[in-house]
Design a protein around this ligand. Structure first.
Ligand code: NAP
Ligand code: HSE
Length: 338
């Protein structure tokens, strides 16, 4: 059996669930020939009271604890400190698995080389445990993108679903925070920025390896009233926050905004914190993927899935190697924007 030292940055919603799942799958790792060992988990406050299913977990606020790790799970938010931690490990040649889409979207300048050489795994960063990054970097890459539309924010979809049922925006946001869906601060979700981070990651996997985060157009759900959301339902429609990557003249355009969809549209089928991705490729046609989009365990499932892939010899997620030709004479689906 080969000893595998795992380093973890972050012991919050995702970190604690990843630890639980690691423990539950201990036998699977043993069958794969690996004996798991945990370095102290890197957190902000090592004195906080925490309970984990994984036995004898210890904590530290000293990044030196990562030095003994063979592989690191980066499960904290932000873009500055986390990048510093990640680069230290990547430069030492270690693989990193991360759920942090903000750092991927905003610090791609520093992270892209490590994605290109297969050191970075980030399935959980977009649509949590619902697999989209792997398929888009693998099987679906044989298709050139025509259009991509997706519901990418579990928090916003949860809030909109609760508003349809009569809850106020403020109450629904507090519920989403209590359920562990929301970012810190939640403006990242309701302002549309979290969905934009994810859409930017998707753009680099599907249309342009250097798609700039600043190029994204972003509008969130903050201004929407319950009345607006409920009127849509009465008229056989749904209000959803949708991210789209579409041809626009000779360029690719990416935008996140609230739209009105027919209730039977595939994107309208995801309720609560669930997400949906609709990918239309020139060879594969329309592919629709739907599943859990936020929450500790559903995100941990993709984090641990990436670990299993890595141990099985599968490379990390690589961006599209070239800009996809913008299709001529193709008209992407247009939605009514609010
Ligand atoms: P969280 O519950 O707030 O946990 C964050 C963890 O990071 C905490 O344990 C915190 O330590 C630690 N941390 C923060 N700053 C630190 C620092 N400077 N040094 C060391 N540790 C630090 O957040 P989360 O929901 O688990 O999210 C983690 C990441 O996963 C984020 O990038 C998020 O966008 C992403 N993600 C979350 C979800 C979800 O549904 N929650 C889904 C997909 C992706 P303390 O505990 O001591 O404060
Ligand atoms: N805050 C994010 C969301 C977590 O609500 O979708 C999952 O990435």
């Amino acid at each position: 059996m080969k000893r595998l030292n795992i380093g973890i940055i972050g012991g919050g919603t995702v970190g604690s669930s990843a630890l639980s799942l690691l423990w539950k799958r201990k036998a699977l790792f043993e069958h794969m020939g690996f004996d798991l060992h945990l370095s102290p988990v890197l957190v902000r406050d090592p004195n906080k009271t925490r309970e984990f299913e994984y036995p004898n977990v210890t904590f530290s606020d000293d990044p030196a604890v990562l030095e003994q790790a063979d592989i690191v799970l980066a499960l904290m938010g932000g873009t500055t400190k986390v990048l510093e931690f990640m680069l230290g490990q990547l430069k030492a040649g270690k693989p990193i698995i991360t759920a942090n889409k903000a750092v991927l979207a905003e610090r791609w300048d520093a992270l892209k080389p490590y994605s290109e050489n297969g050191q970075l795994y980030f399935e959980s960063s977009v649509m949590a445990g619902t697999p989209v990054i792997g398929p888009l970097c693998g099987t679906l890459r044989s298709s050139d993108t025509l259009e991509l539309h997706a519901i990418l924010s579990g928090t916003c979809n949860y809030i909109l679903t609760r508003m349809e049922a009569g809850a106020s925006y403020d109450d629904a946001l507090i519920e989403a925070q209590d359920l562990g869906y929301a970012e810190d601060p939640p403006t990242l979700d309701v302002g549309g920025f979290d969905a934009a981070h994810k859409l930017c990651v998707l753009a680099r996997m599907t249309v342009d390896p250097d798609f700039a985060f600043a190029k994204l157009e972003v509008k969130g759900i903050e201004g929407l009233s319950s009345e607006r959301v409920q009127t849509a339902v009465k008229n056989g429609k749904r209000v959803k926050l949708v991210g789209s990557i579409v041809p626009n003249g000779s360029e690719w355009q990416a935008k996140v905004r609230p739209v009105i969809l027919d209730a039977d549209h595939p994107l309208a089928q995801a309720a609560s914190s669930r997400n949906t991705l609709l990918f239309n490729g020139d060879a594969c046609g329309t592919v629709i993927v739907q599943g859990g989009g936020a929450g500790g365990m559903v995100t941990a499932s993709a984090v641990i899935g990436d670990l299993i892939d890595h141990l099985a010899g599968v490379s990390g997620h690589k961006p599209r190697p070239e800009v996809t030709k913008v299709p001529v004479g193709f008209y992407a689906e247009v939605f009514e924007e609010i």
